[in-house]
Design a protein around this ligand. Sequence first.
Ligand SMILES: Cc1cc2nc3c(=O)[nH]c(=O)nc-3n(C[C@H](O)[C@H](O)[C@H](O)COP(=O)(O)OP(=O)(O)OC[C@H]3O[C@@H](n4cnc5c(N)ncnc54)[C@H](O)[C@@H]3O)c2cc1C
Length: 597
Amino acid sequence: MRSDEGRADGDVEYETVETPVLVIGAGAAGARTAISLAESDIDCLVLGKRGHGDAHTTWAAGGINASLGSRDPEDSPAIHAADTLNEGHLINDPDGVETVARAMPDRIRELQEWGTPFSETDSGDVQQRYFGAQSFRRTCFVGDRTGEAMLETLIGKAQDLDIAYRENVQITKLLSNGEQVYGALGYDMDNGSLVLVRAHAVVLAAGGYSAVYSRHSSRDDENNGDGPALAYDAGARLMDAEFVQFHPTGMVAERYGEQWEGRLVTEAVRGEGGRLLNADGKRFMERYSPDQMELDARDVVARAIAREIAEGRGTENGGVYLDISHRDRSFIEDRLPSMYERFADLGVDLAEESVEVAPTAHYSMGGVEIDFETGATAVENLYAVGESTAGVHGANRLGGNSLAETVALGKIVGDGLAEHAADRSVADLPVLPASQQRLAREHFAGLDAMAGAGSEGSEDPKALLEELGDLLESHAGILRDEEGLTEGLDALADLRERAGDLAGGERTNRSFEYAVDLGFSLTVAEAVLRGARERRESRGAHFRTDVEGTREEWRRNLRYERSFDGMELATKTPGEPSPAVQEALDAGYELDYHQLE
Ligand SMILES: Cc1cc2nc3c(=O)[nH]c(=O)nc-3n(C[C@H](O)[C@H](O)[C@H](O)COP(=O)(O)OP(=O)(O)OC[C@H]3O[C@@H](n4cnc5c(N)ncnc54)[C@H](O)[C@@H]3O)c2cc1C
């Protein structure tokens, strides 16, 4: 990596950094990619908009899937893939799914070898538990802190390998002519300086976009869609943006305070016998899913709750009740320690009373379309990995599969790139074409204009982000129809216009970051609304109240591309699974819900 501070270009001063490979994002996906590069002696720079080790991945609690067969020896990668395709309603990319399922047993053993303290069985194997809609016990875990423990391991490994990391830098644009990427532009959030990074290849590992909804389960100010929006702006295609997973049980701000809005009440509460009740005290899942009740798939339970609320049977705080008070206090304390503690701190005794919950936006299945052999996007030198991408999860994600995707594909993308970048040092970086130099100057001038005294705008970026979140909740939430989606697109056009008049504040202020986030969020919000309107069927997490059921002719993926006239939508047909996975699909494996632990 080479850095040249304070280069002046016209009126704009910026720092230039040069690196063979730039990895944007230091969650599990970015960290695993960088490790593969470093193991092949390829220098790279990893950037994150937070501190080292502080990425959204740390919030993943429940576990990571791999068909190790520690508890159920019949399990296999083919059955893991079949479960994933089934839950994705068969529009996943079968190559992506099979690549992840096949790689996972090795990735878990590797993480364990590098120090991740996975829970173990009495005989010393990695312990595995059931997770919703999976045929076997396949989810490996580190108590209820799996993501945090994994990221600690990956960051430790990255530090051992001396991988360069720069924290608190937000990338705001990729240097691209629509066909080829040359690097990225951004700013240092600590001192406000502008940064231009030149690289032979750029990997986007910048997370997803579920936080564009106002009630969401992500960390604040993350998952705003940076990754997909940066790729789209650079000329890459997005896919499946209309599919957003809503977790059924998020906390309700009206009851517990704003800071708790959307925070997850773990699925384990239902797994341990928790019952969902409406405001009339009725156990309403009897009507929606009499066999599987509260343990049906996330989309089914979330929709049932949304219907109860929409039809006036919700609580006055806009939720329903989740009740586990029929269990003994010692049982709850033992099986659900963090939930017991969290609610005790809020003055709620889980052994005596119910809690109020409502669905919360939890995961974005859509993102950048990639080739699963390399992570390549449609733009030369641009790659993507992790929650920024689309394809593995189809119309709905299996719990435990996103952490799996980060490490399985992180290694593949890193290994592939190591070949691509071999023998290409910073000395070989091509001269930045004049068009890219102009693009950088104009973009930096725009950032300058949005910041500080130069900013004459009147709109508060945070307030607009909140309005956008509410817009998506009300027009592209769990229950969608054409009229609402069209109204949403009209309202989005108004918001976009107002976003042209932002008061960004100094670049070291949070409000400047919000202004940048707003740009990204508007892009992905448009994709969600357009895609949801285009897809005239219900499938997985996408539910249309104005069209009947799932339609075979819609077993297709929607693609989103930037054109001269704006966002253009097209479709493609997903590929077919391999014979082994097809056999597993035909065998119709099913979880016995009565065995849930
Ligand atoms: C509450 C919760 C619980 C979950 N539990 C599980 C679970 O049990 N199992 C499971 O499989 N999945 C789980 N998930 C999903 C899983 O956590 C994520 O899909 C996964 O961690 C994503 O990892 P990532 O590396 O792709 O992105 P992230 O971990 O989100 O990392 C993104 C990185 O990109 C950086 N970044 C973003 N934008 C920019 C920018 N513009 N410039 C510079 N840097 C940028 C960030 O700073 C960060 O370093 C859970 C999700 C939530 C919300």
